[in-house]
Design a protein. Structure first.
Length: 143
């Protein structure tokens, strides 16, 4: 399974905000990671809509986590940002599969997906950045 760029960016934003001791702008984060500012802005809007970050406008504005990194479950973030119904063509109701109900592919893949998400549920955003100072230092050098 491969996460979408959308989920990847969402997790990256949450990680850098968890490690930072201040608000960060979309421009700062995009520059540090070397990724598209426009794509990151869309992810930030969604993170705000999902209640995972708070944003502030104007001079000195930026974004920060809406709640402690220890309270943000990685599996929950992936569920919110991935379209898991399209993991396999027969997952959506009436997916047009001619052997629907006669094969065990759907339950096998669904079980694998559930195990994947259950594993991610064991992690919090705070777990993804065990050394916050080294993480920020590396990002600042990369920018």
């Amino acid at each position: 399974m491969q996460l979408s760029l959308y989920s990847d960016y969402a997790l990256r934003v949450l990680m850098v905000l968890a490690a930072s001791d201040r608000q960060l702008s979309v421009d700062e984060i995009a520059r540090r990671y070397g990724i598209s500012r426009n794509h990151l802005a869309k992810v930030a809007q969604r993170l705000q809509a999902e209640g995972l970050i708070e944003t502030f406008r104007g001079r000195g504005g930026g974004m920060r986590l809406a709640r402690p990194a220890e309270d943000i479950v990685v599996g929950d973030v992936v569920r919110r940002f991935e379209n898991l119904d399209s993991f396999i063509g027969c997952f959506p109701a009436g997916g047009g599969c001619v052997v629907s109900g006669l094969c065990a592919l759907k339950p096998a893949l669904n079980g694998a997906l559930e195990a994947f998400l259950a594993h991610l549920d064991g992690y919090r955003v705070s777990d993804l950045v065990p050394d916050w100072a080294a993480f920020i230092e590396r990002l600042e050098r990369a920018a």
